[in-house]
Write a protein that binds this ligand. Structure first.
Ligand code: FMN
Length: 161
């Protein structure tokens, strides 16, 4: 099974969760791809319309992630911005190809409230024909407990792999 983990992380909290999940999936064929943004997080909010429409020119990422055909399971992780996912998630889905029939695991990191983030992400994936197999919020005001990410990886190994 080929697994792709795509994530967006500004201050590194989502990155840490991804690295912990990756450790927990050792022995599987897992590729990690980070989407980076060189500006401040608030610019994502002010440029929301452009990003939602699939203009990702301000972001840097490996173009390989635009075609999901080679993968059996796709993880997408991002922070919560204003009770929802950052526009990059929606913008990415606008660009990505071969989502139909693919299984996804979605997760987000936040400090206090995730709001409807995962539900909104799931709806967008389902609109494109994808299937959300599992999802998780990683919450922590000062820090996210990495045991939660370890447990999630273990759960996924038993359920999906
Ligand atoms: C613009 C902005 C909006 C945010 N909105 C929320 C929010 O609605 N709820 C919440 O719990 N945390 C919120 N946060 C905190 C981030 O979701 C949290 O710190 C996240 O883990 C950061 O992930 P990263 O380090 O991978 O960038 C916000 C942070 C920023 C920069």
């Amino acid at each position: 099974m080929r697994i792709l983990i795509i994530y967006f992380s500004m201050s590194g909290r989502t990155k840490k969760v991804v690295e912990t999940i990756f450790e927990g999936l050792k022995g599987h064929d897992v590729q990690i791809e980070r989407i980076e943004y060189p500006m401040k997080a608030r610019n994502i909010i002010s440029n929301q319309e452009k990003i939602l429409n699939g203009d990702l020119s301000d972001f840097t990422y490996n173009k390989i992630i635009e075609n999901l055909a080679p993968y059996d399971l796709i993880f997408f992780g991002n922070p919560v911005y204003g009770g929802r996912q950052p526009a990059i998630f929606d913008g990415y889905l606008t660009k990505a190809q071969n989502i139909n029939g693919k299984k996804f695991v979605i997760f987000c990191t936040c400090r206090f409230l995730a709001g409807k983030t995962l539900e909104l992400m799931q709806t967008e994936i389902e609109k494109k024909g994808g299937i959300v197999a599992n999802k998780r919020v990683f919450k922590g005001f000062f820090r996210i407990k990495m045991t939660k990410a370890q447990n999630f990886a273990q759960e996924l190994s038993q359920e999906l792999l």
